[in-house]
Design a protein. Sequence first.
Length: 387
Amino acid sequence: MSGMLLFWIAAALLIIVSAALVLAPLRGPGRLRSRSESDVAVYRDQLDEVEQDLKRGLIGDAEAAAARTEISRRLLAADAARDAEKGTRTRAGTSFALIMVAAVPVLAVLFYLHGGAPGLPAQPFEARISKPPEEQNIEELVARVEQHLRANPEDADGWRVVAPIYARMGRFEDAADAYGRLVDIEGPSAELLASLGEALVFADEGLVGDRTVAIFERALSLDPTLPQARYFLGLAAVQEGDTDEARAIWATLASDFGESSQWGQMALRSLAALDQPAVEAAPGSAPAQAPATGPASEAGQAIAELPPEERAAAIEAMVDNLDARLDAEGGEVDQWLRLMRARAVLQQEEQATDVLTRALSAFEGDEAARDRLLTEADALGLAPSED
């Protein structure tokens, strides 16, 4: 009984401390961070990422300068918006936060009383990861390596072990970070850069962004024959609407490696997809066309092997996921353009128009971005809604 009493005392203390931490920022006016403040923080982080990529040799001086100019312009716009918002913020979120602070502990206790088991013995983290490796599951093994890397961040062998495991687990952002650490420690190599680029593609839900394109191009500058980088640059061309460029890249790749290799087979399959109905080659369908080689490609290979109807449904689901992410978190203009093209290629005109309208609203005041959106919409036969 004493153990149960201690458990509930500890739970009550944790609830009180958690509630205090949540409520602390709500004291006094103007404590809630506005969207423009968040944008300012994001753009500053992006500037830091550009500097890190330049130091790693992932991008050149010209690309870095262009990225700095674009991000700085957006930072200035967000900073101006933040200043304009001062004194006009509402406190609508405060009441909601207070309700949640009261409701969440009550609901948590009710759920725990229904399905919890406070009498079970403790399973300390240290004890679990100290078990012999053959008795540990994959999560415990990864935790063991992570603990080692926190103490030894310059251990290249540790990052080399955990990077592909992260990819197999679907933790693509962690995989990209691990490959980036290897690049920092060992210097850029064609293979490391290609693995970093592939992890970034999957972390970005199949989109080959400008930064990732620069990484693949850097990999090819070190090894012009590297099939992985060539394949994804072809995919980037598809996502930009340049199917002729993609066809040339994949045709050369298939010719160089032949049908007996996995990369040659993947290039041939992608070339065939370009001649299929539009839904088969929808932008954003990178995982459906991803090569069958490498740990980060297993999910993509599974989708590629689906029957046509199921594969089309999987591709549409990926496009829906990208749509939901951009709607909730926003994104770069290139991401909105790709989503709009994907909707149009899937013959979802109404949804494509909605994407255009939301994107124009997101980039209100950014005439360059709006011009790009309207130019692409005109090419696709779309017009923004009048709402």
